[in-house]
Design a binder for this molecule. Structure first.
Ligand code: FES
Ligand code: FES
Length: 164
C-alpha cells in the first residue's frame, strides 16, 4: 500500500506492507536509524519516536497507522547539521549517555516531557523515563541531564532583564 508519512517536517510517499511497523519503515525505508530496535515488542522503549508530540513505541505501530500525523525522530530535534539540541547537550555534559543505545529514545521522552512541563520535579522526570530501559543503568545521569536541560531551557525563555 502507498502511504504518506510526515517525518521531521518532510513528507515521504512510500510503499509499505500493511504489516510494516513504523520502526521498520523509519529505519529501513527512510534510513532514519536513530529509532533503535531493542525488544521489538513494546518493553524496552528504544524505538521511541514522537507522534504528534507524544512519545510512542514505533515497534508497536504499523506505518500505515502513522500516515497523516507528524512524527519526530531523534534526527529531527537537532537545530542543524552537526549541532545538538539543549537536551542532547545536557546528556553529553552529565554523561547521560554511555553505550548510547537507549539515548535517542530518552532524549525524545525528555523533549515530550519538557514541552508539556518545563519545570518537572525529579519524581516527574523519573516517571517520564520509567518506560525506557537503559541497559547501562545510567539512570541517575539521565535524570540529571533532563533536569539540567529543563533549567537551561527555562533560562533561555526568561526575559534578558531577569536572566542572571
Ligand atoms: S523495540 Fe520497541 S519497545 Fe523495545
Ligand atoms: S546508555 Fe547504554 S543502554 Fe542506556
Amino acid at each position: 500500500m502507498r502511504i504518506e508519512l510526515n517525518v521531521n517536517g518532510t513528507l515521504h510517499e512510500i510503499e509499505v506492507e500493511p504489516r510494516t511497523t513504523l520502526l521498520d519503515c523509519l529505519r529501513d525505508l527512510l534510513d532514519l536509524k536513530g529509532a533503535h530496535a531493542g525488544c521489538e515488542h513494546g518493553v524496552c522503549g528504544a524505538c521511541t519516536v514522537l507522534f504528534d508530540g507524544v512519545a510512542v513505541r514505533s515497534c508497536l505501530m504499523f506505518a500505515a497507522q502513522a500516515a497523516g500525523t507528524p512524527i519526530t525522530t531523534i534526527e529531527g530535534v537537532t537545530p542543524g547539521p552537526g549541532e545538538l539540541s539543549p537536551i542532547q547537550d545536557a546528556f553529553c555534559e552529565t554523561h547521560g549517555t554511555q553505550c548510547g543505545y537507549c539515548t535517542p529514545a530518552m532524549v525524545l521522552v525528555a523533549h515530550a516531557l519538557l514541552a508539556d512541563n518545563p519545570e518537572p520535579t525529579r519524581d516527574q522526570i523519573v516517571e517520564a523515563i520509567s518506560g525506557n530501559i537503559c541497559r547501562c543503568t545510567g539512570y541517575a545521569q539521565i535524570v540529571e541531564a533532563i533536569a539540567l536541560a529543563a533549567e537551561r531551557m527555562r533560562g533561555a525563555n526568561r526575559p534578558r532583564s531577569l536572566s542572571k
